[in-house]
Ligand binder design. Structure first.
Ligand code: ZN
Length: 304
């Protein structure tokens, strides 16, 4: 285990990816969740997305949420956008860290934003310039990186070509998103290995969904490859729009619980994150899939 990173950086995506795939919750609930997460020690929070309210009504109050949260100076907050227009709204709201998403699968991209992957990449090139001009940074998230609900397997070469185009256009970092939980450790090894070979110095984040139970196995595989930047969602909030009842992202407290015991620091206070998961569960009004939330950490003792 000595070759694992000493420390990793986590981005909490529950307020965005999680809540986007739950039944809509009130603005107050979003603010409460983000504020709870801001006190767990997590370094980054994807707070909102600026998308068309008709496409994703759950995020229609993004401006309001961002205004009302109690900002913690130790946390970097970011916004997800689907296009240049969304990035403009995010900049206007005061965000300087922007994530823009493009799907490696043409069909999925068309369903999401009504344009081809190539057209989105053209838009993203302009977006990167504008965000840089405003002093911000852009991470390009390549979604359906390990498979598409419409097309099935997405060729690794197409995923790499999508990411490489974004790098060439000035992206500050790349994230590979396993949108519907189709990644397995062997596929993680292949994509991350090939990307690293071509772009050894480009910051890489990975975003796994636990839709089919391979989330933590994928994280561990990536850790062994030296990846030190992951998304996770408190309580395993969220779901999958293509698979009713499916679980959401890898649960943050499960990821923290596993890697900290292996000597990998996250900066997150596990008990505080478990409390935040309880808060998330109360706010969405359903039992969340996190097993560490159910069982507690391995240090928990049963009274004799
Ligand atoms: Zn996701």
């Amino acid at each position: 285990m000595s070759d694992l990173p000493d420390r990793i950086s986590l981005r909490e995506v529950g307020p965005r990816d999680g809540l986007q795939n739950e039944a809509p919750v009130p603005t107050d609930a979003k603010v409460e969740l983000i504020d709870a997460l801001s006190h767990t020690g997590v370094g980054r929070i994807e707070a909102v997305s600026f998308v068309h309210p008709k496409a994703i009504p759950q995020m229609a109050d993004a401006d309001e949420v961002w205004k009302r949260i109690d900002r913690n100076d130790h946390v970097r907050y970011s916004a997800l956008v689907p296009n240049l227009r969304g990035a403009q709204r995010a900049l206007d709201a005061g965000f300087s860290e922007i994530e823009v998403v493009v799907s490696a699968s043409d069909t999925h991209n068309r369903k999401n934003v009504n344009r081809s992957t190539a057209e989105s990449l053209d838009d993203i090139a302009e977006l990167i310039d504008q965000v840089h001009d405003a002093g911000g940074s852009v991470q390009v998230i390549v979604s359906t990186a390990w498979g598409c609900p419409y097309e099935g397997d997405v060729p690794v070469d197409r995923v790499l070509a999508t990411a490489s185009r974004a790098v060439a256009d000035g992206a500050d970092g790349i994230s590979f998103g396993d949108t519907t939980g189709m990644a397995t450790p062997g596929r993680v090894r292949r994509l991350v290995g090939d990307f690293r070979f071509g772009h050894p110095d480009v910051p890489l984040n990975l975003h796994f969904h636990n839709t089919r139970g391979t989330g933590l196995a994928n994280v561990l595989t990536a850790l062994e490859l030296g990846v030190a930047d992951f998304d996770a969602s408190v309580g395993g909030l969220g779901g999958c729009p293509y698979a009713p009842g499916a679980t959401g992202n890898v649960a943050t407290e499960e990821l923290v619980h596993m890697v900290e015991d292996m000597g990998v620091a996250t900066g997150v206070d596990l008990d505080a994150m478990i409390d935040a998961a309880s808060t998330a569960e109360r706010l969405v009004g359903r039992t969340l899939p996190s097993q560490v939330l159910r069982a507690g950490p391995r240090s928990r003792r049963t009274p004799v």
